[in-house]
Write a protein that binds this ligand. Structure first.
Ligand code: NAD
Length: 333
């Protein structure tokens, strides 16, 4: 098997994990890492027995795929340089800081025939993967992503840091253009919005009510989907999903996932079945990077495209702006 040569630019907290995972993927060969922090670069390279490059262009010239794991404000600059050499990029989320930058990156990738995949890692959460093959068409979504305070990532509003994970998942499930957004939130501990709620309405009538907080005592990452004849609960933290479905009482459906729990017949001769799809244990980052390698090898559409990353950013920016304007109007920004 011919291994695909890869590198990592930016080996801080998350970039170190990218480097580590590439050494565990049989189809990949980690050629080296680059970081503007020379000490950090040498440290991570030594840990994973790879080369610490002192010049990013030297690393770029030796690889076919690159993880870009620098702070978001530098995504555009660093990824543009990599894409200009025709090297495929896995760019951590959010794609960029602005829509203009995202558009520019997408254009450069197209011109250079290079793939960009965005690191919306929750797409690879085993709870979501377990729902593959299930007919999902949610008309009402309720999601909560609550985290305890951690100074990391607090230079941006909680919407761009945490809520964007759920925005991306919801956009991938609803598959309809956004019609209207209402949002509110407040800055409690940091100077940016720490807790936020958004109501996203879609053109097909679906509504998503999304809450994100980084100042909660207890962690929670749950999404609940309601659709015709079904309720699906996704627990990103505990990594499992549950499905409750209304079926004809003589239906044998549900048995495929084990023993269905029946809640009894109702007047229409129907019953609710409970299913817990089997979850395959797996490291989401490993699955994400393996899918990036696969997309390069097969020249196929990546799991999360630049356009999808841009759309999640667009919604997140709109929510953030809306909250900021409200707070300014109230004089409590
Ligand atoms: P970090 O600060 O720990 O690491 C960033 C590293 O990039 C640092 O080592 C820094 O020296 C280096 N760097 C800065 N500018 C550079 C440049 N121009 N060239 C090369 N190296 C440079 O940050 P982090 O927490 O690892 O976050 C990195 C990215 O990953 C951010 O975009 C962040 O939003 C994203 N992230 C995504 C998730 C997720 O769940 N997918 C989680 C955390 C962070």
């Amino acid at each position: 098997m011919k291994k695909l040569k890869v590198g990592v630019i930016g080996v801080g907290h998350l970039g170190r994990l990218h480097a580590s995972i590439y050494t565990q993927i049989p189809e990949a060969e980690l050629i080296g890492v680059f970081d503007t922090d020379v000490h950090r670069c040498n440290e991570v390279a030594a840990e994973f027995n790879t080369k610490a490059f002192s010049n990013p262009d030297e690393l770029i010239s030796r690889v076919q795929g690159m993880s870009i794991v620098v702070p978001t404000t530098f995504h555009h600059e660093v990824a543009t340089n990599v894409l200009n050499s025709g090297v495929h990029c896995l760019i951590e989320k959010p794609i960029t800081s602005t829509i203009e930058e995202a558009n520019d990156l997408i254009k450069t990738a197209e011109a250079k025939n290079a793939i960009i995949q965005i690191g919306h890692i929750e797409r690879f959460n085993p709870a979501i993967v377990a729902l593959n093959g299930i007919d999902l068409d949610p008309m009402f979504v309720e999601s909560h992503r609550l985290a305890s305070f951690n100074p990391r990532g607090t230079d941006v509003a909680v919407v761009l840091d945490l809520m964007i994970h759920d925005i991306d998942i919801i956009l991938s499930l609803v598959k309809s253009p956004v019609r209207q957004i209402d949002a509110s939130g407040v800055a409690v501990i940091t100077n940016e919005v720490d807790i936020a709620n958004a109501r996203i309405q879609f053109e097909n009538g679906a509504v998503a009510n999304v809450t994100a907080s980084r100042i909660s005592q207890k962690k929670m990452r749950k999404m609940r989907l309601f659709q015709k004849n079904a309720y699906i609960s996704i627990d990103f933290l505990q990594k499992f999903s549950e499905i409750y479905r209304l079926v004809d009482s003589d239906s044998k459906e549900g048995a495929a996932f084990g023993i269905p729990v029946e809640f009894g017949d109702n007047q229409q001769g129907r019953k609710i079945i409970y299913e817990k799809p089997p979850v395959e244990e797996g490291n989401a980052l490993k699955m994400e990077l393996a899918s990036f390698i696969e997309a390069i090898k097969t020249n196929s559409e990546p799991a999360v495209s630049g356009e999808q990353g841009k759309e999640a950013l667009r919604v997140a920016i709109e929510i953030t702006q809306m909250i900021k304007e409200q707070l300014q109007t109230l004089g409590i920004e």
